[in-house]
Design a protein around this ligand. Structure first.
Ligand code: AMP
Ligand code: MG
Length: 387
């Protein structure tokens, strides 16, 4: 059985980074920047007032008075020069006129006609110097663009960005027992649930995810559904990946030309995980058991999609918490236990059966027991992945 880390490295090697496309900034949210954005201007582009008040020179004492010779508003610069004994009425965001070294806030002045008198000292010059946020030529390195990144890029006067193409993910459920939610299952049927979580996870990572029809447990039907995935960048199946008589994913994918990457990983839950390349796609064959399928999607599909979009460190981030209860030694497979994290204490659920979606749904962390990890006492630090 292959260790999880090796399986991950092999999976990523199966999938090249996606092509780059130019996209208007308004459509870039949540997507991966492929090349640096470079600021085309300073921000602010001039010394700007940080307050509403009066621009003047020096550090006036209470009682001093000045003649107001004009006004500067945001988008409306005052073009003259402020001389001795003079001030300009100024508003937040306006360029500070030549000759001024400070903005006295209006609360510290009294105005009579075209004169102001200083009533109180204030603390700062209240001026945002040119370029204090960023300078022309500043760079934003490739990353997944958050809302604040979009604002920053916009303020750099960059209207279009180079992004990785969004991966197209084809989601295939397999099994004669499956019907879609809302259908009327026969007594021997269950509802296909895995595909909903897989699609949601893929979309969370910026993919365009598509349900294909449920593949019945015949070679012909499965092959026909695979054919519908020819345009995908990633094909994800669930079920049929074990070695039972009806587990057809591997043989059918191979008959369609899949280059096998690996099968069977030292992992609990989810040993029968399969990966390869099929058509022009990375192929990931998840187990059928819902919890196994979803944990394998978390551990493998999520990093795969991040990697394809340019994330240099796509793997799950391991954090550390204190174990609430003692645990026996772990066996030869890495065990990702459904657990509840509260504060910095993590409690694994008693029931770890891989068919229990209620337990997974109540979990907010996967507690990792590494291969061969010894017995753990309450209070021990243990690694986990937030989910
Ligand atoms: P399999 O790997 O096909 O033998 O499936 C293992 C278990 O997972 C069986 O109990 C299946 O009924 C169940 N299963 C397979 N696919 C799904 C699915 N898409 N949604 C919910 N359960 C599934
Ligand atoms: Mg099946």
């Amino acid at each position: 059985m292959m260790p999880v880390e090796e399986a991950m490295a092999r999976l990523l090697a199966l999938a090249p980074q996606l092509a780059v496309e130019e996209v208007p900034l308004a459509a870039a949210a949540g997507r991966w920047l492929a090349s640096p954005v470079i600021a085309t201007r300073d921000q602010p582009p001039f010394d700007a007032s940080a307050m509403d008040g009066y621009a003047l020179a020096g550090t006036p004492a209470p009682g001093e008075s000045f003649r107001v010779i004009g006004e500067a508003g945001a988008g409306h610069a005052f073009t003259g020069v402020i001389g001795e004994g003079q001030a300009v009425r100024i508003f937040t965001g306006a360029p500070v006129p030549d000759g001024a070294t400070r903005v006295v806030i209006q609360e510290n002045t009294r105005r009579e006609g075209d004169r102001i008198t200083i009533t109180d000292r204030d603390s700062g010059p209240n001026i945002r110097p040119r370029g204090q946020d960023f300078r022309i030529g500043s760079e934003i390195r490739p990353r997944r663009l958050r809302p604040s990144d979009l604002a920053l890029i916009a303020s750099m006067n960059v209207a279009r960005v180079h992004l990785r193409r969004r991966p197209v993910v084809a989601v295939i459920s397999t099994g004669d027992e499956l019907v879609m939610p809302g259908d009327s299952p026969r007594p021997d049927q269950i509802i296909a649930s895995n595909s909903f979580a897989i699609k949601a996870l893929a979309e969370e990572e910026g993919a365009i995810a598509r349900f294909l029809p449920i593949a019945r447990d015949t070679e012909a039907d499965l092959a026909a559904v695979f054919e519908l995935a020819r345009d995908a960048d990633v094909i994800v199946t669930s079920g049929g990946a074990s070695v039972g008589d009806h587990d057809l994913v591997a043989p059918v994918a191979k008959s369609l030309g899949m280059e096998a990457g690996f099968w069977k990983i030292a992992l609990r839950p989810g040993k029968p995980l399969m990966a390869g390349r099929l058509f022009d796609a990375a192929m990931l064959g998840l187990p059928g058991n819902p919890v196994s399928a979803l944990i394998c999607a978390e551990l493998f599909l999520r990093p795969l999609l991040r990697h394809m979009q340019g994330d240099p460190a796509p793997g799950p981030r391991l954090l550390t918490a204190r174990l609430a209860t003692a645990l026996p030694a772990n066996g030869p497979r890495a065990h990702y236990m459904r657990a509840r994290l509260e504060g910095d204490t993590i409690t694994p659920f008693d029931r770890q059966d891989s068919a229990l979606l209620t337990v997974l749904s109540a979990s907010n962390a996967l507690l990792l027991r590494p291969v061969g990890d010894g017995a753990r006492a309450a209070g021990d630090p243990v690694p986990y992945i937030p989910i």
